[in-house]
Ligand binder design. Sequence first.
Ligand code: PEP
Ligand code: MN
Length: 345
Amino acid sequence: MIVFLVPDVSPIQLQHLLELLQKHGLHGFQTEFDGRTVVLTTEIRSGYCANTPELQAALSDIPGIEKVVRVAEPYPLVARAAREERSRVQVGSLSLGNGTFGIIAGPCTVETEGQTLLTALAVKKAGANALRGGAFKPRSSPYAFQGLKEQGLKILAKAREETGLAIVTEAMSPEEVPLVAEYADVIQIGTRNAQNYRLLQAVGKIRKPVLLKRGFGCSLEEFLMSAEYILAGGNQQVILCERGIRTFESFTRFTLPLAVVPELRTKTHLPILVDPSHATGNGDFVIPMSAAATAVGADGLLIEVHPEPNAALCDGRQSLTFDEFEKLVRTCERIFPIAREEFSG
Ligand code: PEP
Ligand code: MN
């Protein structure tokens, strides 16, 4: 259960609640959620929240409690039942989720100031809501370009100044989080770090939006448990991003399981993005799969765009040209209103 406390709960009332939970063999995990202090009734061995009628009865006459919400899932704060409405997360001027649609676009990696600014202007003109670009790059080879690091963050900040677009960029370790948070509007956690629990805890402590990608070897439940790590720290501004999983299929780089979108809409209140660029690894598939993702109810897209895909330092094959990106935006703009009508709520 999620126990929502009254805004002026006293330390003694809180202590009384925690002691009562202890008597029931439970641990009261305290955090912030929806502007309230909440206590989760966790079972320490399984991590599950206890939801028994006896516990509900025992809590019914404890002072300081506003309401109690029963959640069956092992990710109580992320679960759909935790909130009445689907959440929105601020990405620059766009409030992403629950009936709005956002496109985050830009190069895989920040290579030069010119490449980044040119791309930022082009994606803004086409209608993107935010600029993406890696300054710290997780590469399979230690010898491949690792990103411009702080210099890359400075270039992104300049692009924001020039275009007004919010900046989405990755942090790869807990130590990098404060520096990346200084420049970024949204911190990305990449697929390879989707279960780096210390990193998830580090971004749980800050008060900036986080774009969490699904681990390519993670089940949907594991993905949601990773999001729970961030919300457990009191940071509720989490955007989920499906970016493809590893399967036996090899004609695409990964496999994009689009049924995840309707499934996540029932499982969680968090906004859901789809990244068809990394999922397919092939620019030819990015527009059709963006259209499909929009049609099944995604709240937005993450798209790689490069002024000259063939010359890109990273992920060129899956990057769109400016013209292709413009076409993608126009296509999804037509589909979204129909999807919103079909899948709202
Ligand atoms: C990226 O967005 O450039 C990236 C590295 O993505 P992923 O972590 O999904 O591979
Ligand atoms: Mn990339």
